[in-house]
Design a protein around this ligand. Structure first.
Ligand code: NAG
Ligand code: NAG
Ligand code: NAG
Ligand code: NAG
Ligand code: NAG
Ligand code: NAG
Ligand code: NAG
Ligand code: NAG
Ligand code: NAG
Ligand code: NAG
Ligand code: NAG
Length: 721
């Protein structure tokens, strides 16, 4: 009997110890942690979440970032997050649950008699340019006793030089510590000696990492700088840190909050983590700085400002989270919502919203987007195009903010060729144009995109003045399409991996719809007539379909070829009726016939798919009078199966394999990661109209000094490297 009694106790204990964490709404390939711009872009691979106490945060490309949270519960230290090797006497907490929304990633970890919630917030504030452009994210750690326990709790967190793109533990970085008159502690790390605007493995080599915190209502804060192992050991021993204030081998900047006995209450502490680039973008030789710089001129002010803004930013973020999830679910169900909510921070996190660094003119904001992971290009037109549905839903003004720097450059005459440019610069953040005329050549693609985007902006906002300023250029692009759009010469399309081939049907479709959009935008029906004539040739006369008219071809004249006709989508979104409804219906009912095990490929030549174009096709399938919800759901469920299959551990890749081919398996990501084009997943939501959660753009905010806090005391400062 005794024997059985003991073994059943052991079984119960094992069950408790091994109960799997819960993942809500799904376990994604990777969790956004601090994702605000191309250089503040930290993630946690989904397959590491169960092991959170040991797991390392990563830059989007997989480089490890040191960011730890350790708690002390009644004198015993527990790693909660980011400690690959525990120090002596340190134990590991246990992950209970992980969830994400559009702006939050939240982990619940138990340790001793306490439960901790790690809440990573990266605000998305499309209509508030100050908040959106603040280069900071938040981490709030809440603590409560389990089952009425009242543990004595201290919370520790540190970061190191990996946040400034320095991966050598021997490196000397300049560090600073500031304590304000309102007890905000600010630590800065600045690498020295690297050229402004230079990168190493996509990390920024100029600028300053910032980590700050302030006492909560029930905590006292200590801080230090020193060797990671020494400082963490001091925390484990004492629950506070005060030494050595010296940059040593493998150093960290660290904080400890002493919460004391928790009692009945739930306590929390908040950290802000940032990456400050005073020079944010090099735009045609002029420095642009974050829009936020008009509010705060330096990282100390910035960190203090965002800490003070935390409650409001969090409230706005929670409201947006609820609105986006509810709308996505009502449009196409929970699977669609899971895809959308995972896409939001990634998309906004590829951008910088800027003003001129010398004038700080908030009336002249410009936005820049990095073509993350594919080639680093700046404001690629055929990246803005797939992103457009998200802006249409959340903030159509971003269409103008992203296009304006390109149009201004085109109007300056720097680009020597007679059609639209592909991008504003080969390597972010150098938006220096291509005065030599050498850029990826996609003439029909980009002329069509610009015309569709310009009309999309005008239709969503009612602002006709913007396009009027560039009427000559738009006409140039339209005339280019009139001449070259129906039978494009040998050239690339957005899917440049396919190579340059003549007579691509997708390009001709784009030209047709772009011309009609231009005609409607400018009231010149003769352009709409040409667009509609192209459409008639492609569909009614079957130049762009097979002879039996079962599908659009990939190449005109090759009946067996086929491609995903994602360019039909703007015709539906903008109600342009360039093509007849029958064309959308034909193509939508064709897709299931060419589906591979993992979904519908981009075309007949490849066995991979693109999630953004899948959502464009899904939205086209539910055009009025097509209403093919089965096809819509097929696309959604294929993308959903891909992001939940557990075999990918990277920021949402928009490109994945659809069948086993010997080197890749079904559902495996390929090549692209963390790209902003996931904003295209909003295509279905966008069918419900523009500006769904509020209209307008930010009011220009007054410059500098929003009152309250100032830094009176620079306590310590380390040498610049
Ligand atoms: C990154 O951190 C993980 C632990 O989370 C470790 O296994 C891996 O070796 C690290 N990679 C590098 C390059 O240091
Ligand atoms: C941007 O241009 C600067 C020179 O102005 C150069 O030092 C830097 O390496 C460039 N950045 C990238 C990412 O190519
Ligand atoms: C970083 O750059 C090095 C050298 O260019 C390269 O070998 C390595 O693969 C890169 N690592 C990542 C994670 O990008
Ligand atoms: C703990 O704090 C005491 C007093 O401040 C200090 O002397 C001691 O060195 C600290 N212990 C560690 C391990 O840092
Ligand atoms: C943090 O604590 C404050 C004060 O108790 C409370 O108002 C707030 O809701 C808490 N925040 C979180 C994220 O738990
Ligand atoms: C493209 O199609 C047109 C119309 O069928 C044809 O005249 C032209 O030769 C084709 N171009 C190429 C390169 O095949
Ligand atoms: C359309 O009409 C306008 C105004 O009459 C003219 O300038 C333009 O060249 C015409 N374009 C085409 C393609 O017919
Ligand atoms: C779309 O355009 C047609 C005319 O082409 C019009 O009858 C219809 O009301 C429009 N639909 C919407 C939703 O605006
Ligand atoms: C959601 O997607 C999964 C694949 O991840 C699929 O098995 C399931 O049927 C879908 N659920 C609904 C309600 O469509
Ligand atoms: C599998 O697909 C990849 C990526 O498209 C390709 O590079 C590779 O050649 C394919 N392998 C085989 C055996 O076809
Ligand atoms: C801190 O300094 C600012 C600016 O001088 C002042 O407005 C504020 O009242 C001060 N706060 C405290 C707590 O003294």
């Amino acid at each position: 009997m005794a024997y059985f009694g003991i073994s059943s106790i052991i079984i119960v204990l094992l069950r408790l110890a091994t109960s799997a964490p819960s993942y809500t709404p799904i376990l994604p390939p990777s969790y956004p942690l601090a994702v605000r711009n191309p250089y503040l872009n930290a993630w946690l691979p989904g397959n590491a979440a169960w092991n959170l106490p040991f797991a390392s945060a990563q830059f989007w490309n997989g480089l490890n970032l040191t960011w730890s949270v350790i708690a002390r519960v009644d004198g015993q230290s527990y790693s909660l997050f980011g400690v690959p090797s525990l120090g002596p006497g340190v134990q590991a907490g246990v992950l209970q649950s992980a969830d994400y929304t559009s702006t939050h990633t939240t982990f619940t970890v138990t340790a001793g008699s306490a439960t901790f919630v790690l809440d990573f917030l990266s605000p998305v504030s499309p209509l508030d340019y100050v908040r959106q452009s603040a280069p900071f994210s938040y981490l709030t750690v809440s603590a409560s006793g389990i089952d009425g326990a009242s543990p004595d709790v201290q919370i520790y967190s540190d970061i190191d030089n990996t946040w400034v793109g320095q991966f050598d533990p021997y490196i000397q970085v300049g560090w600073g510590y500031t304590l304000t008159n309102e007890s905000t502690s600010i630590m800065t790390l600045t690498p020295g000696g690297k050229p402004t605007y230079s990168e190493y493995n996509d990390t920024a080599q100029w600028g300053t990492a910032v980590y700050c915190t302030k006492p909560s209502s029930d905590s006292t804060v200590t801080a230090t700088v020193g060797g990671m192992n020494v400082v963490r050991a001091a925390f484990a021993a004492n629950g506070s840190i005060s030494e050595p204030w010296e940059w040593q081998y493998a150093s960290v900047v660290a904080y400890s909050h002493d919460l004391g006995k928790l009692g009945e209450k739930k306590s929390n502490v908040t950290f802000a983590i940032g990456y400050w680039r005073q020079e944010t973008i090099n735009y045609l030789g002029d420095d642009r700085t974050a829009y936020f710089t008009a509010t705060c001129a330096d990282p100390q002010c910035g960190c203090t400002h965002v800490l003070n803004d935390y409650a409001d930013a969090d409230a706005e973020a929670r409201k947006l989270d609820a609105e986006i999830a509810a709308k996505a679910t009502s449009v196409a169900g929970a699977n669609y919502s899971d895809i959308i909510t995972l896409s939001v921070r990634q998309a906004f996190g590829a951008m910088d919203l800027t003003i001129s660094a010398d004038k700080l003119d908030t009336a002249d904001p410009l936005a820049f987007v990095k073509e993350i992971s594919s080639d680093g290009n700046v404001n690629t037109i055929d990246v803005i195009y797939p992103m457009a549905p998200m802006f249409y839903v959340l903030a159509p003004d971003y269409l103008r903010l992203l296009m304006e720097p390109v149009m201004r450059y085109m109007a300056s005459g720097g680009w020597p060729l007679g059609y639209a440019i592909h991008d504003l610069g080969a390597a972010y953040p150098n938006a220096t144009g291509h005065n030599d005329g050498i850029a990826e050549e996609m003439p029909v693609e980009e002329c069509g995109n610009i015309l569709m985007l310009a009309y999309m902006y005008q239709q969503a906002t009612g602002d006709k003045k913007w396009a009027e300023q560039y009427s000559g250029l738009f006409q140039l692009y339209a005339d280019y399409l009139v001449e070259n759009g129906l039978y494009p010469t040998q050239q690339l399309s957005s899917d440049d991996g396919l190579g340059d081939i003549a007579n691509q049907t997708e390009l001709a479709i784009k030209a047709a719809i772009g011309l009609n959009a231009y005609g409607v935008m400018t009231g010149q029906t003769n352009y709409s007539d040409v667009g509609k004539a192209f459409a008639k040739t492609l569909y009614d006369d079957k130049d762009g379909t097979d002879d039996k008219r079962t599908h659009f071809t990939c190449y005109q004249g090759e009946d067996e070829s086929w491609g995903m006709a994602y360019n039909l989508y703007p015709d539906v979104l903008l109600n342009l009726s360039t093509f007849p409804t029958a064309a959308y219906a034909m193509q939508s009912s064709f897709y299931p016939t060419v589906r591979m095990p993992g979904g519908v490929p981009l075309d007949d030549l490849v066995d991979w798919g693109k999630t953004d174009w899948m959502m464009f096709a899904a939205a086209t399938a539910v055009a009025p009078d097509v209403s093919n919800e089965g096809v819509r759901d097929m696309f959604i469920d294929d993308v959903h199966a891909y992001i939940t299959n557990g075999i990918n551990a990277v920021p949402f890749s928009d490109k994945f394999h659809l069948q086993d081919n010997g080197s890749f398996v079904t559902g495996q990501w390929n090549q692209y990661l963390a790209r902003p084009v996931v904003a295209g997943h909003f295509a279905l939501m966008a069918l419900d109209g523009p500006s769904q959660f509020g209209k307008g753009a930010a009011e220009p905010k007054k410059a500098h000094g929003d009152g309250g806090d100032e830094w009176v005391q620079v306590v310590y400062e380390g040498p610049a490297a």
